[in-house]
Write a protein that binds this ligand. Sequence first.
Ligand code: CA
Length: 234
Amino acid sequence: MAAASSKKILVVEDERDILQLVKLYLEKEGYRVDTATTGTDGLKAIKSGHPDLLVLDLMLPEMDGLEVCKRLRADLPTATLPIIMLTAKAEESDTVIGLELGADDYVTKPFSPKALVARVKALLRRVERSKEEAPTRSTYGTLVLDRSRHEVKANGKDVTLTAKEFGLLEYLLQHPGRVLTRDVLLNAVWGYEYYGTTRTIDVHVRRLKQKISLLTDAIVSIKSLGYKLKERDE
Ligand code: CA
């Protein structure tokens, strides 16, 4: 309970019964819960409240969940905010789009609040696990990236990377299982001042795959959006 109590969750849902029920169950688990009932208010609450995780309904007035998700993913500070989408069975095609837009998980309505809480816990655990590896080393199977030495080894052998290839690999290793847009990668690795194009990312991803064979299947392209480094158990 103690660990969970420090985590803040924002629930964006316009159906107030569901909103209250979800809030109640999450609070029972020791989470702090903020709520919003529109997409616009949800975005505002994220900027002011800095939640650790977002539970986002797909069908919302003003701005729907897909648009909220897209905006969050396109903005570096929220690019990796963990998101669980709430969808209805009839919205299955939207669910697929949601995952492509970078939601981390989804729960189909009607759902049991307990099941949702379990998903929240699992996603937060996933995020914590990837954070624990910092600050100096990231590993991915036989791949080891050492930040302090600026070294990368695959299968025990040194891999020579350019500074940007190293930065890109480092960012991917820090966010396994997350969809990262080209803009976000560009901003994270090249910085906001860079005037290159997002194609730069494609070129660098290709070079990483050429240099490190295990990345060939591990880095997947997400249609018209960006890339994802698969989780080790994915
Ligand atoms: Ca709704």
